[in-house]
Design a protein around this ligand. Sequence first.
Ligand code: GRF
Length: 217
Amino acid sequence: MIKIGVLVSGSGTNLQSIIDASFRGEVDGEVAIVISNNASAFALTRAEDKGIPTRVVSHKGFPDRRRFDMELVKVLNGFNVDLVALAGFMRVLTPEFLEHFPGRVMNIHPALLPSFPGLGVRQKAIDHGVRFSGCTVHFVDQGVDTGPIIIQATVPVYPDDREEQLQERILRLEHKIYPKAIQLFAQGRLKIEGRKVFIDGLKKDEDQCMINPPLHI
Ligand code: GRF
């Protein structure tokens, strides 16, 4: 059973999916602590409802990013966290933070990286006219949304999509792939080699594909 520390800033639907998966026994781990930099994040209520310890650590209370991050490290270490999962955490972590958890920090991003890193990415995907977008769980490195990719899921994008529509389509898959990525980590099946993440026991499927628009139209 691994101990997971989840960092949040907002609504916490991904946090909820991780908690629910661990309660169902689909993740060999437990959420040991939820930390928010925002005192009014609904994610905190979600954790409290399940009896999970929470802390608010506001970045505004620290003179620089490094000292904010060191406070996060202190809290996470206080709960003997094995894995740090960023779930809608709106701060970029410093190299000093990452040194404390090498290969043990994950993030979820609502696009198919390396396309559309950063913010506002669903609208950017629609505006670009792509036929697919999706979501990515990756290990965190020093860049923004640049770390080694663990799992991705695709959804179709349509030219007349509204941002909220695409957001919902992607979010449904986020809630499936984040717990899965964490379970692969908990099972010790992930090996990082440079940019690549090798998954123990993964078999290739040469026929798996999605085509949008489909060929039969
Ligand atoms: C998600 O779309 C996630 O991909 C991004 O931030 C959002 C967080 O949503 N990193 P929630 O707080 O988990 O509902």
